[in-house]
Design a protein around this ligand. Sequence first.
Ligand SMILES: Cc1ncc(COP(=O)(O)O)c(C=O)c1O
Length: 396
Amino acid sequence: MSDVTADRLQSFGTTIFTEMSALARRTGAIDLGQGFPDVDGPSEVIEVAARALREGPNQYAPARGAGELRQAVAEHQRRFYGIELDPETQVQATVGATEGIAAALLGLGNPGDAVIVFEPYYDCYAAGPAMAGLTRRTVSLRPPDFGLDVEALRAAAMSDPADSDDRRPARFLILNSPHNPTGKIFGRAELEAIAAVCREFDLIAICDEVYEHLAFDAEHVPLATLDGMAERTLTVSSAGKTFALTGWKVGWVTGPAPLVAAVAAAKQYLTFSGHGPLQQGIAHALAMPDAYFDGARDALRGKRDRLCAGLSAAGLDVLRPQGGYFATVDIRSIGEHDGRAFCRDLPERAGVVAVPVVAFYDDEAVGLPLVRFAFCKRDEVIDEAAARLAEMRGGS
Ligand SMILES: Cc1ncc(COP(=O)(O)O)c(C=O)c1O
């Protein structure tokens, strides 16, 4: 049968993560492609969920999410950021951050509305708007420092810089900090500039903060805490990265009640509700003492340092991440220029899988020489991957 996929999804194909993970399985290479830890999160959290599986609740959770989870999310936002939320009306549980972002776009967007995304972008910031019938306007973050170009952002807010016919202001901005894939943490001055553009153009900000607890070198500041932003910001997060439980797909969206109600309106017809027993586990996880959050961050910082040292030793120019799960390199330092071809050949050449960052850029010329490696892996796995990369260099 010919390709029957809907037109709006034609350009997306299989995600780069699926493609690269399949390559890792086929070749037996070390998978530093997809961002999942190779050690599961806290056993006490798994135990709480296991108990809920054995003893219930095992029937549909409320559409807004288990009360315990909504309460825990509200308490978490107050404890870490001083954000006050009503768990009844300002918290929506979702099936991962991915569903939260999709539900926000579907619940608030009208066909043709424009969404500003910073590139490189997490891939669902392209597919999500497409599924909701929205258009994407990208603003490039360029290596080596991935700094914010405020003028480019203002231009994108006013009208589509790439389409002279589209003179409408944008309606949404998606911000991801700490950022995948670069590990950039948007600093306060950059956030102030973004907030000013949101206020000037009346944008709704959708903030993906799934790496909020993995900020190593700079403070993570939620955009919602800046002046005039609480009423126009939806904050999206999830348990996967913070608690090394990416397979659970427990996420949440918080913000002003009318915006959260619009998210809920879409979410109820996507999945209705999430996984009740797992929501119990994450309600427990969110209330763990500071020592857990500090320990998880410090352990990941150590892995960041380890992988970056290994990549540098292999001759790769590392664009050092400030947070998150990933380190990006510029392969021109080893005489290569095409990250896509490099990643396709890497399992064969070195027995390692990485992801070409160009998959997250509309402007291919900027992203082509960049390659992303995940460091959320056991130390011996990181060391072995680094050794293989160094050997490849030595042997090439
Ligand atoms: C920036 C970003 N947002 C969202 C997600 C997905 O989150 P979830 O698994 O909670 O849907 C990821 C996973 O890699 C991510 O990197």
